[in-house]
Write a protein that binds this ligand. Structure first.
Ligand SMILES: NC(=O)c1ccc[n+]([C@@H]2O[C@H](COP(=O)([O-])OP(=O)(O)OC[C@H]3O[C@@H](n4cnc5c(N)ncnc54)[C@H](O)[C@@H]3O)[C@@H](O)[C@H]2O)c1
Length: 261
């Protein structure tokens, strides 16, 4: 295999839960541009289809599905539909999550309903989708790849009411290492990316405040927040054979933020 071929995803089938979201849609496009057939899943089929449209227009293969990926039945149906359409499943990139700035409470009073919502959206979605995908990969018997999305918040506290989100992203980083350890025997690699702020609708309210944004940017050595395209290269790399000896890693995609801590 040539060096260049190692970065190609030609012949691979990739599942992207949250593929209708800001980061998920960009990742879906990048996986398809790298040769993968992609299955984009979101809460509604319409949301997934909007992200699939530019892939199909560009000549790629994309299937758009609506499902609740936190439900075991939903996740199993999605995996079955991916296999029915494309014959197998090689890659899952978990892009459901977020809610960071939406439920901010003092740690000592953090309410249970907000805690449960953040855990469900971030941890349960990643857990349930990955379980369904990995059962399929194990049954196929030729390995696979899982890429999760953690956050710098897994490693950095923030004095702004983020208890549930830091716990959720900490769990995702920990599960990335745990799953890598357990599933290596099946040839399944598990890694994560760990972004800082990415300019998306989820965090627009925060980044629209010039003082808040200036404070964030001043701490990032590369002098800007991320954009969705910044997430795509690292994910494609981790999904590809170029990363064949990398597993259990949480890759900072943060403009150098965590290097300063
Ligand atoms: N935006 C940032 O600044 C930032 C920074 C670090 C990490 N992240 C992480 O990146 C990931 C994606 O973030 P984003 O900004 O693209 O968010 P987003 O809200 O644009 O995308 C998430 C998508 O998941 C879908 N979704 C939610 N629940 C679902 C369910 N039960 N079943 C199926 N689909 C569901 C949503 O409809 C949405 O389209 C999240 O895990 C987030 O925590 C984001």
């Amino acid at each position: 295999m040539s060096y260049q071929d190692r970065f190609s995803l030609t012949g691979k089938v990739a599942l992207v839960p949250g593929g209708g979201g800001a980061i998920g849609a960009a990742i879906g496009k990048a996986l398809a541009a790298s040769g993968a057939k992609v299955v984009l899943v979101d809460v509604t089929q319409e949301r997934a289809a909007a992200a699939a449209a530019p892939i199909i227009e560009a000549g790629g293969d994309a299937l758009a599905l609506g499902a609740d990926i936190t439900s075991e039945t939903g996740a199993e149906q999605v995996v079955a539909a991916a296999v029915e359409r494309f014959g197998k499943l090689d890659i899952i990139v978990n892009c459901v999550g977020g809610g960071a700035g939406k439920v901010l409470f003092d740690a000592q009073d953090y309410p249970r309903d907000a805690w449960d919502w953040i855990m469900e959206l971030n941890v349960r979605s990643t857990l349930v989708a990955t379980q369904a995908a990995v059962r399929q990969m194990i049954a196929q018997g030729h390995g696979g790849v899982v890429v999760n999305i953690s956050s710098v918040r897994a490693d950095l506290g923030i004095n702004a009411g983020y208890s549930a989100y830091v716990a959720a992203k900490g769990a995702i980083s920990s599960l990335t290492r745990q799953w890598a350890t357990e599933w290596a025997k099946h040839g399944i690699r598990v890694n994560a990316i760990r972004p800082t702020f990415v300019d998306t609708p989820q965090v627009a309210m925060l980044l629209d405040d010039p003082a808040f944004k200036a404070g964030i940017v001043s701490r990032i050595p590369l002098g800007r927040v991320g954009d969705t395209d910044d997430m795509t290269g690292p994910v494609v790399f981790l999904a590809s054979d170029a990363a064949a000896f990398i597993t259990g890693q949480v890759l900072g995609v943060d403009g150098g933020l965590t290097a300063t801590q």
